[in-house]
Design a protein around this ligand. Structure first.
Ligand code: COA
Ligand code: AMP
Length: 638
């Protein structure tokens, strides 16, 4: 007898139309589809073609109509402001339809873009849903990005309106958003018509620009708007993510397929029922926040959580356990970094013992590699399954997981278990041939991707093809290297491009190099990701100075560190940089970043056959030692 997971997995690949057509019955459609899967424009597959629906209706109104109105939809818990609030589905419908009415009065209609630059307050979720209600397209920008990054996104998405709040609160720091937003709008070519600002008492915004509007005032005056039917294939949102250059990729998600996939995942990956509390300790600015703070739990009729705090320090490393116990949560989803931070403060789990975690069934980790130590620590202290699962902004939901709603497999720490139904995961070698079990290669997904994955990149179909579909014909390139073992468990090793993951935040070293190169004293540079015990990885820069620069090295370093913070934002966590005379390169001039990273992390490395001048590696090692890395480097393997 095959288990429920295997049956679902096999059916999803053999008969994707049957599988997803069945799953789609959980969604409300104004009109059902003509075709479950349209493959007439490969590699751009489309799901539920001809169907009409509305995501906000499914996430809010449907539950009110089915009697869930009084149930809590959103728990807001903000230790940094001392606020706790519960919003019922009834209240959520009222707030969302009013904000949608206000947006409609400003001319926002189907297909228009609305950009959100919001801290972790419930209004962020209300904003996303209000945009979806009108059939418009939202683009949420993470609060830790600098005005230049915000301006890049404003220029690309061309929003009609921006939704924001007067400030965000990071631990004990109050960060005023309005000046950053004003600066971004000042430097962007595209000018949005209006900014609707949610005033927070911690730092009121000065409303002195034409088009500035007060959130509470516009909502009070607004006529509530109804849900606008859209095509299943119409975009719901654009979410920008790091690419290999400073120009971020605008991942586009549809309405229909996205809902079907997320509903399915709530049941079968996370095993969460309507009415249960599901907490994603992430940020609405990341894909996890889109899928599992906003849409997944609400589509499922569950209760979601907006937490404005940190895993440690707000007030202590027991913050997560206090939340789980106070709100009787069924599951928590967060990044391994959060657990490493907690483990560091409370290695023996003393704070865990203070709370009743009787409701807690499972912990889900994603966003970066979970190290076995962290997984074992969490399992031993929480005594629940610790499910590592692997996904990307592009995929929108998990590619590999232990699908607790189907079959609970034994956990192998270091592996996110098995490919999730819908994802035809394969490991290919350099010749594009399947790798044998246990051999590392490129992780790819055989097309079609399941519902919920990216439609394309905003205004950049060709970039989408070049980035994901051209290298391995018939497949989606994940840009992760890994393997599948003899039991069918997947292992994710590292990115094959220059993306790094810092505290679960996806960053582009290429983007940072562009900033370093813009400094007038820098002739050449390279940025690599080095291993970090807390954040998983940290960026580390190397700069070669232009001839004739006489400034002290420390001064140039301080300037480039400041520049990255100014241009990309504090989230880049770029704090370490070193000056070198030369960078190691191949004879054709390619910088050997991979070798530099191995030296920094004390890993074995092979002397690259094409290296131009091996002596430069010794200079790099010396330089790394001066900033605390490469202390115990091994000799190159002959
Ligand atoms: N708005 C503004 N600034 C932000 C921000 C936001 N939303 N989020 C982070 N920053 C800032 C931080 O304040 C910090 O600034 P600093 O250099 O002035 O100290 C900087 O960006 C780097 O942030 P981070 O890398 O998160 O480090 P941290 O020391 O502030 O926090 C952790 C460390 C472990 C507590 C934190 O990274 C964490 O909770 N991680 C969980 C991971 C997570 O939620 N990932 C999301 C994907 S699932
Ligand atoms: P993001 O788009 O920010 O979600 O980042 C996606 C990348 O994070 C992936 O391509 C992986 O490199 C990494 N990642 C996400 N989840 C995992 C995981 N469970 N294990 C290993 N790496 C992961």
């Amino acid at each position: 007898m095959t288990n429920a997971y295997q049956q679902a997995y096999d059916k999803s690949l053999k008969d994707p139309e049957g599988f997803w057509g069945e799953a789609a019955k959980d969604i409300h459609w104004y009109k059902t589809w003509d075709k479950v899967l349209d493959d007439s424009n490969k590699p751009f597959y489309r799901w539920f073609v001809g169907a009409e629906t509305n995501t906000c209706y499914n996430a809010v109104d449907r539950h009110v109509e089915q009697g869930r109105g009084p149930q809590t939809a959103i728990i807001y818990d903000s230790p940094v402001t001392g606020t706790k609030r519960k919003i019922s589905y009834d209240e959520l419908k009222d707030q969302v339809s009013r904000l949608a009415g206000a947006l409609a009065a400003l001319g926002v209609a189907k297909g228009d873009r609305v950009l959100l630059y919001m801290p972790m307050i419930p209004e962020a979720v209300v904003g996303m849903l209000a945009v979806a209600r009108l059939g418009a397209i939202h683009s949420v920008v993470f609060g830790g990005f600098a005005p230049t990054e915000l301006a890049t996104r404003i220029n690309d998405a061309k929003p009609k309106v921006i939704l924001s709040a007067s400030c965000g609160i990071e631990g004990s720091k109050v960060l005023a958003y309005k000046p950053m937003l004003d600066e971004a709008i000042a430097i962007s070519e595209h000018k949005p018509g209006n900014t609707i600002m949610f005033q927070r008492p911690q730092a009121a915004a000065v409303m002195d620009k034409a088009g500035d509007l007060d959130w509470v005032e516009v909502c009070a005056k607004a006529k509530p708007a109804d849900c606008v039917p859209v095509k299943a294939t119409d975009p719901l949102y654009i979410l920008y993510t790091s690419g290999t250059t400073g120009q971020p990729k605008g991942v586009v998600r549809d309405n229909g397929g996205h809902m079907v996939a997320l509903m399915w995942s709530m049941k079968y990956v996370y095993n969460i029922k309507p009415g249960e509390v599901f907490w994603s300790a992430s940020d609405v600015g990341w894909v996890v926040g889109h899928s599992y703070i906003c849409y997944g739990p609400l589509l499922n009729g569950s209760t979601t959580v907006v937490y404005e705090g940190k895993p440690v320090g707000t007030p202590d490393a027991g913050a997560f356990w206090r939340m789980i116990s106070e709100y009787k949560m069924a599951s928590l989803f967060t990044a391994p970094t959060a657990f490493r931070a907690i483990k560091r403060e409370d290695p023996n789990g003393e704070l865990i013992k203070k709370y009743d975690l009787g409701s807690f069934r499972a912990l889900f980790l994603a966003g970066e590699r979970s190290d076995p130590d962290t997984i074992n620590w969490a399992r031993d202290h929480l005594k629940v399954p610790v499910v590592d699962h692997w996904w990307q902004t592009e995929t929108g939901w998990a590619i590999a997981a232990n699908c607790l709603g189907l079959h609970e497999f034994p956990i192998k720490p270091g592996s996110p278990t098995k490919p999730v139904p819908g994802w035809g995961l394969e490991v290919l070698d350099e010749g594009h041939q399947p790798c044998e079990a246990g051999k590392v290669g490129s992780l790819v997904v055989r097309l079609p991707l399941p519902p919920g994955a990216l439609l394309t990149l905003w205004n950049a179909d060709q970039r989408c093809i070049d980035s994901y579909y051209s290298e391995f014909p018939g497949c989606y390139k994940t840009a992760d290297a890994g393997m599948i073992d003899e039991d069918g468990y997947a292992y994710i090793m590292s990115r094959t491009d220059d993306i790094i993951n810092v505290a679960g935040h996806r960053l582009s070293t290429g983007g940072m190099e562009e900033v370093l190169a813009s400094h007038p004293d820098v002739a050449e540079c390279a940025v690599i990701g080095v291993a970090d015990q807390l954040k998983g990885q940290l960026p580390l820069g190397f700069i070669c100075l232009k001839a004739g620069v006489t400034k002290p090295h420390d001064q140039v370093i301080a300037e480039v560190v400041r520049l990255v913070r100014e241009k990309i934002g504090p989230v880049a966590a770029f704090k370490t940089c070193t000056v070198v005379n030369r960078l190691p390169k191949t004879r054709s001039g390619k910088i050997l970043r991979g070798t530099m990273q191995k030296i920094a992390d004390n890993q074995d490395f092979k002397m690259p056959a094409t290296i131009d001048d091996p002596a430069i590696l010794d200079e790099i090692e010396e330089s790394l030692e001066s900033v605390g890395y490469a202390k115990a480097r091994k000799e190159p393997v002959a």
